[in-house]
Design a protein around this ligand. Structure first.
Ligand code: GLU
Length: 519
């Protein structure tokens, strides 16, 4: 019988979720949705030494922001729970015992010092079929001694007994058959008595089996563990229901060679985390895509294309498009360069398409930081503006924004009169007769009842033509007075939105403040 597709995202709460992990979660999500399957969030917290407080909640928040939801998990619940490995101790012990009873695992007492000594004495030491006979374990010691040591409270680990000279085949949906000889594998520790917890390998396999996972989609860094996992499935007699493996290509540095790291982000100025993260130990703050002003759909689109392509050169894809088009055949084996500039490009495109009201909400913190309050019904007095005004201003500048805060730098003049005037524009556009012409312009504007863009434009341009003024000079001086520099959207779109009195006040102030050059 066809099994229902079930995938899992299985992060360890050891810190904020790195962008590579985010892509893994995204591919799992896309694949599950495409297959009409389930996606599970499993928290792999068996390594208590690496546990970081707040990391699990961070992971929840970050994926929620991106729009990834789970069918089962710590918060969602589900019939395969608990979904936190630290709450599944009892379950794992039973499976450790099964392997011990079947002779597929053994108990080892070697202390860290003894292991270190072996490493010193034996070149390229690896705990395996060649060396295990020389170590202190249940294969070399009489059963009574083993039992006594355990009864006396000695600490031990359980190791997997890897059979030598076997060809282990990992059948990967991206990489095809990856074959390794079992001789290169060591007898991995599956369980530690010290904290009564399994290691990653055992917990991972047991949970994937019990949770009826059909596809293990994860980063390439886990490929070296896959042969051991295949052997574990075999040892438990679960080969028939072993999940398909999918190891995603590495994310590489934007420049140079090697794996993408947080340092690359710090150096080049892009975040490697979805949300801002404050390190609970050092207090260090790392920037996040959300706080920098990226839209989640842009991040989704950008990440989806790091390691996969739709088979043509389509770039803009919604999550629905991605779910429709995704396939492992179009995933690459080789690493994907983290082209963060492409991420900015995507964000620019998505800001251009985004709803103005939504952008207005996202811009609010930036507005507030600049002393601008958004209030229903406000008229612009005392730096208070209505949501409609903010949305309209955004409509006029959003084509020029890469990140949400750029909406402010591009459109600040809608909210604040210029405090100074760009020097080089003044030099070029403000001549001796400009003040007089601007006075005239005030008169023209005062006479216009309907400030709609096209209407005001016609009246002003007719006046310029009639007087024989230089169109560029007049319009740029006008702009300089209202905006503070020769930048911004169409002048008459600006003056349609801004209250006419404000426009006139600004021209008056410019006449006063900009020293007119001698002719
Ligand atoms: N806990 C592992 C991690 O942190 C999971 C690896 C896997 O998906 O098997 O990435």
């Amino acid at each position: 019988m066809e099994r229902k597709t079930r995938v899992r995202f299985a992060p360890s709460p050891t810190g904020p979720l790195h962008i590579g992990g985010v892509r893994t979660a995204l591919y799992n999500y896309i694949f599950a949705k495409q297959q009409g399957g389930d996606i599970i969030l499993r928290i792999e917290d068996t390594d208590s030494n690496r546990f970081v407080p707040g990391a699990e909640e961070y992971i929840n928040q970050a994926l929620k922001w991106l729009g990834i939801s789970f069918d089962e998990g710590v918060k969602e619940g589900g019939k395969y729970g608990p979904y936190r490995q630290s709450e599944r101790r009892g379950i794992y012990r039973e499976y450790v015992d099964r392997l011990l009873e079947a002779g597929k695992a053994y108990i080892a007492f070697d202390t860290p010092e003894e292991l270190e000594a072996a490493r010193q004495n034996i070149p390229n030491f690896q705990y395996d079929s060649k060396t295990r006979g020389t170590m202190r374990n249940s294969l070399t010691m009489p059963k009574e001694d083993v039992d006594k040591l355990i009864a006396d409270g000695a600490q031990y680990v359980v190791r997997f007994k890897v059979e030598p000279d076997r060809e282990v085949v990992v059948d990967d949906l991206i990489r095809g058959e990856v074959k390794v000889n079992s001789n290169i594998l060591d007898d991995k520790v599956l369980y530690k008595s010290a904290d009564a917890l399994p290691t990653y390998h055992l917990a991972n396999i047991v949970d994937d089996h019990l949770m009826e996972i059909t596809h293990v989609i994860r980063g390439e860094e886990w490929l070296p563990s896959a042969p051991l996992h295949v052997l574990l499935y075999e040892a438990f007699g679960w080969k028939d229901t072993m999940p398909r493996f999918v190891h995603l290509p590495l994310l590489l540095k934007p420049v140079g060679n090697g794996k993408l790291s947080k340092r690359d982000g710090d150096k080049l100025g892009f975040p490697v985390f979805l949300l801002e993260w404050k390190d609970p130990k050092t207090g260090e703050i790392s920037s996040g895509y959300r706080e920098k002003g990226y839209l989640p759909e842009a991040v989704v689109n950008f990440l989806a294309l790091l390691g996969w392509n739709p088979g043509d050169d389509t770039e803009m894809m919604s999550i629905e498009d991605l779910i429709r088009k995704f396939s492992f055949e179009h995933c690459s084996k080789s690493g994907a360069k983290f082209d963060y500039k492409k991420g900015i490009w995507f964000n620019h495109e998505y800001i251009g398409k985004a709803d103005n009201e939504r952008l207005a909400k996202l811009l609010e913190p930036t507005l507030e930081a600049n002393g601008v309050k958004v209030e229903e019904g406000a008229s612009g007095k005392d730096n208070r503006y209505s949501p409609e005004y903010v949305a309209k201003a955004i409509e006029l500048v959003k084509g020029r924004a890469d990140l949400v805060p750029d909406l402010w730098t591009q459109g600040d003049f809608f909210f604040k009169a210029p405090q100074e005037y760009a020097e080089k524009d003044v030099k070029k556009r403000w001549s001796a007769d400009t003040p007089r012409i601007m006075e005239e312009l005030i008169g023209v504007l005062e006479g216009i009842d309907d400030m709609t863009s096209a209407n005001a434009e016609k009246i002003v341009l007719d006046w310029i033509a009639e007087k024989g003024y230089h169109l560029g000079n007049v319009m740029n001086a006008f702009r300089l007075a209202v905006v503070g520099a020769c930048r911004g959207p169409h002048m008459f779109d600006i003056t349609e939105l801004m209250p006419k009195e404000e426009v006139i006040t600004r021209i008056r102030r410019a006449i006063e403040k900009i020293p007119a050059p001698e002719n």
